[in-house]
Ligand binder design. Sequence first.
Ligand code: APR
Length: 226
Amino acid sequence: MNIVILTGAGISAESGLGTFRDEGGLWAQHRIEDVATPEAFARDPALVQGFYNMRRAEAATVAPNAAHHAIAELQRDGRHEVLLVTQNVDGLHGAAGSEVLHIHGRLDRALCAACGHRWPAPMEMRVGERCPNCGAGAGRPDVVWFGEIPHGLDEIDRTLSAADLFAAIGTSGEVYPAAGFVEMARAVGARTVELNLAPSRPGRFDEVRQGPATETVPAWVAELLA
Ligand code: APR
């Protein structure tokens, strides 16, 4: 089968990383417009670099959990074509051995706002971080801010149009274009399943598997590999 999997912050929650919109989540602690937009970076680069330095430091202390490992096993098995798309920037899918498309970028990479060069991000990025390629002091986190274009949308469109199964794991389905992938999958007749603590939007998926990802994802993968 052709399977497309979309993951969100909920898959990393049991590894110890906060989500965005759950009780006490990141957007309860920081305003998006202060730390996650190009305008915020232009207005107060120290605050924005500090926000991502804190998240980069946190991500360096956690490990993939059983859900990340189950998806990597599904990909390694090879019987199914699996495109894994994540909204997460924490690097945990890659750490579990998955091939993964980071549509919102990644904390462990830096981007030069002047020449577009990418390089491994230092743990602490400073204001005016120097680009190793062009020398401009224009280094920024290689993450996609609100108002910017997510990565890999063409590949996702192509793969979704041939999907047999679409699974959304640990995402509230609040942020587009990722939130629209389930409708695209249904439009081409793919089966759709949501694995989440609670249904994000009742009626949106053919099937909902409720529970913590470290329980629901390994069980789901075991069925696919039975
Ligand atoms: N197991 C499964 N699902 C969980 C778990 C868990 N242990 N813990 C939380 N969840 C679910 C929540 O029920 C919620 O539906 O994970 C989802 C987390 O939703 P959000 O915090 O909105 O995270 P996400 O959907 O990834 O946000 C999408 O928004 O802020 C932007 O760029 C940011 O990539 C992020 C995007």
